[in-house]
Write a protein that binds this ligand. Sequence first.
Ligand code: SF4
Ligand code: MG
Length: 338
Amino acid sequence: QKVLLKVTNLKQYFPIKGGILGRTVNHVKAVDDISFKVYEGETLSIVGESGCGKSTTGRAILRLDEPSGGQVEFRGEDLLSFSKKKMNAIRKEMQIIFQDPYASINPRQTVRQILTEALEIQNVVPKKERGNRVIELLETVGLGTHQADRMPHVFSGGQRQRIGIARALSVNPKLIVADEAVSALDVSIQAQVINLLTKLQREFKLTYIFISHDLGVVRHISDRIIVMYVGKIVEIADKKSLFENPKHPYTRALLSAIPSTDIDNRPQRIILKGDVPSPIDPPKGCRFHTRCPFATELCRQEEPSLRQTNLMLDGHKAACHHIEEIEAGTHQPSPLTV
Ligand code: SF4
Ligand code: MG
């Protein structure tokens, strides 16, 4: 499998200013040293609760926010060393779609104008072919040509997301980052948009990074899944392995919270206590220890590394000190927390 994107030791620290002098007094460690690869043609999902750093990761990869550290390679090229001009040129190949595609566009433009403008900016088709291309794009995402001259506000949430997808597709991207792209939609509409994304992936050989807080949604679209917690990757695995054989207590907790009709192999119920800790001053050791029913002194002191836990499960990695004992049943959850 060919690597399209390689992220190494990515960090995104946002400064917090304070005092009369407005000096940097601290940092929000939104993404704190994560590494992963994205293979050509796959859907890699990133899941976690709000504030875990998943959107920040998506934005940093595309350099919508400049990362504070690490490397991002796109087809073997070091993106972070690119000049602004070179970056703008390659941005065609890396698009992002958001939860609300209209948050970033002019509500007084028709769909035709929105798509024409996208084509103009990146200059992907000759001027005289733009009109046809707009129609083609609308059809590709399942909207009728009669919709072209309507304004954004007349469309339903699902239709708007189709327009957002058409806009992203207009420049023939290789990679699309979908940041909570279906989260605001009703369940039945979610399924339609996910089916559309899957169809487009086959048709145009797209690679997706699919960001969501909802493991239930991610299940329908992913090839592989990354679970993040307070700026760190806690588990990465192919979908089947993650759902059937979750290793990290946090992943188990997320899975055990999915409604039961959705999941056949329900893991032992783990109820999370407390809130997600602040990424300004994340807990020492394992960042999950303040909520983990299996936490020990070791967990409070030492950060677990992301490691392969079973020789048979190639590519399945998790960051927890006690996976083996938890699996063997020799390390029981604390009775106070379950
Ligand atoms: Fe829980 Fe410890 Fe594993 Fe962290 S390292 S997930 S605190 S058992
Ligand atoms: Mg987000």
